[in-house]
Write a protein that binds this ligand. Structure first.
Ligand SMILES: Cc1cc2nc3c(=O)[nH]c(=O)nc-3n(C[C@H](O)[C@H](O)[C@H](O)COP(=O)(O)O)c2cc1C
Length: 381
């Protein structure tokens, strides 16, 4: 008998034992492991700016917001976009990670989130030419320098649209200092105790601006061909990984398509994802879309970005997260069950209802969902 036939499942009954041992819980509530980190379920709180800090420093609002979603049962809880330098903030009230006070406040959040048996994640980003705007409730428009705004940077001196500030094109040394600041923020993220890091390369912010032929008009090594336009992203990943431990997961958020003819497309994202898969630093592609061009035309409906996650996953054979108007537990469950994505990323559903995972666990009849002990008597659904 060869080794092969010895392990033939038809002879040993291994398959039937495996079937019996299969996790009886809904797919949404089955654990998932990235490197040394295991999330107890497939629900991730999407990064969402709170526009509520001063000088980039998290405060009680950020703590309460993220703590509530961790206690509510999300397996992975991401901070909002945390910026690598003051000029990289979207608004003057966005978070940053370039000094000790910011790191210290973030570490309190990470400690609490991790203590709820959730994975504390941090999104790092730089807004590039889309920096220096007002908060949504102040109109989201560019802030003049005399009113506290600042000069912005980008791959090219091309404004997002005619009423936005024209950015300064980054020089080669400007690019290098961006990468240094990203590496520093990654080191601080590690020191603050986060277990997962996401590089924000979507929504028309700095990394995305380099990717897109609609915002990158450089004629050096960082512009022109596909290989040149992805260079800043590849170097950004290297910068993160130079300080972010190899046993911790690194996600990347892409705008998989810009929804504009002639812009970054799903084919580009699949091509990039294959390169990232081969390179091996990235553990999951968070599949979002849009944000880099005012001409975008987005076909918004429930789950509208799921096909993007499914295509990247099947074509590049890399784990993905699906995000965007996924509000019902049944839709979320179907995404994981169908193999469209490995995790489900919720934004507004979790803003509206921090205990969405608890309701979903009840609806989907998950057996492994644990309420925080302090809230046990509230399991009344
Ligand atoms: C208030 C708010 C703030 C957001 N801030 C961020 C952010 O910091 N980083 C990011 O990648 N996406 C951000 N987004 C996008 C969300 O993460 C998410 O991708 C989007 O809302 C779609 O998911 P949803 O339909 O579940 O809300 C934000 C969305 C909202 C509503």
């Amino acid at each position: 008998m060869t080794n092969g036939s010895k392990h033939d499942s038809r002879l040993t009954g291994e398959t039937s034992r495996r079937v019996l041992k299969r996790d009886p819980n809904p797919h949404l509530f089955r654990p998932i492991t990235f490197r040394s980190v295991t999330a107890k379920n497939r629900i991730m709180l999407s990064p969402m700016c709170q526009y509520s800090s001063n000088d980039g420093i998290p405060n009680d609002w950020h703590f309460a917001h993220l703590a509530a979603r961790a206690a509510g049962g999300a397996g992975i809880v991401f901070t909002e976009a945390v910026h690598t330098e003051p000029a990289g903030r979207i608004t003057p009230n966005c978070l940053g990670l370039w000094n000790d006070e910011q790191q210290d406040r973030l570490s309190r959040i990470a400690e609490f989130v991790n203590g709820q048996d959730a994975v504390a994640g941090i999104q790092l980003g730089h807004a590039g030419r889309k920096a220096s705007v007002g908060r949504p409730w102040d109109g989201s428009s560019p802030i003049p320098i005399e009113e506290g705004g600042w000069n912005t940077v980008a791959p090219s001196a091309q404004a997002y649209s005619s009423d936005w500030r024209e950015p300064v094109a980054l020089t080669k040394s400007g690019i290098e200092s961006q990468l240094d600041m990203l590496a520093n923020a990654s080191k601080r993220a590690r020191n603050a105790g986060f277990q997962a890091l996401e590089l924000h390369a979507a929504h028309g912010y700095l990394v995305h601006q380099f990717l897109s032929p609609l915002s990158n008009f450089r004629d050096d090594d960082y512009g022109g061909s596909f290989e040149n336009r992805i260079r800043f992203l590849i170097e950004s990943i290297e910068a993160v990984r130079s300080e972010w431990p190899s046993n911790l997961p690194l996600f990347i958020r892409l705008s998989v398509t810009e929804w504009v003819e002639g812009g970054w497309s799903i084919e580009d994202s699949v091509r990039l994802s294959k390169i990232l898969k081969e390179e091996g630093s990235i553990d999951l592609i968070d599949c979002s879309s849009g944000g880099n061009n005012p001409r975008q035309s987005i076909p918004i409906h429930p789950g509208y970005q799921i096909p993007l996650a499914a295509t990247v996953r099947s074509e590049a054979q890399i784990p993905t997260g699906a995000v965007g108007l996924i509000n019902s537990p049944d839709l979320a469950e179907s995404i994981v069950a169908n193999g469209d994505a490995d995790i489900v990323i919720l934004g507004r559903a979790l803003l509206a209802d921090p205990v969405w995972p608890q309701r979903a666990a009840n609806h989907l009849k998950a057996k492994n969902f644990e309420w925080p002990i302090q809230y046990e008597r509230s399991n009344i659904y």
